[in-house]
Design a protein around this ligand. Sequence first.
Ligand code: HEC
Length: 147
Amino acid sequence: MKKFILCIGIVALVVGLNACKSEKEKEEACAPTSLNPNGDSELALLMRDMAKLSEANAIALREGKELAPYKGEFTPMKKAERTMKDLDETFFQGMSDIYLANMQKLYEAKPEDRISLHNNVVESCQACHNQICPGPLKRIDKMLVKL
Ligand code: HEC
């Protein structure tokens, strides 16, 4: 009986925590979570890391500091499993190439070129999200750095 009550408790906790997924996160996600009952897609997880990295870079560049480390971790985005399956594949692949090329240019650049190249990266996020899902745009817009 005790075990049964414990089980109910755990189930209630998990359900409760899920429902508590912050409003902010829901607003930013591209696909409703109901579309993906198995949890977050590979692409959604990658996107969160991409967002964190560009946010860290925006802060670093404003403060004249070094970029956050990046070694091509986002290349798998083109093949990553995703929630939004009905995207125009040609558009998605093309925009991914532009984003990845902009990241590479940023990390190969001389320090004095980094701000404008970082902004190119952010503009490639905006270009894709403008077309496919505007939810995260508010957050993305804040990643631009004034020259
Ligand atoms: C080539 C198109 C493309 C580019 C470029 C792109 N995204 Fe996304 N983004 C997507 C798609 C598609 C999803 C939905 C993920 C899914 O289907 O699982 C997404 C989802 C997201 C999410 C929501 C993740 C979640 O928790 O569900 C955030 C935040 C995000 N992107 C931020 C960014 C940022 C920041 C950049 C640039 C650094 C960026 N994106 C570049 C296509 C793109």
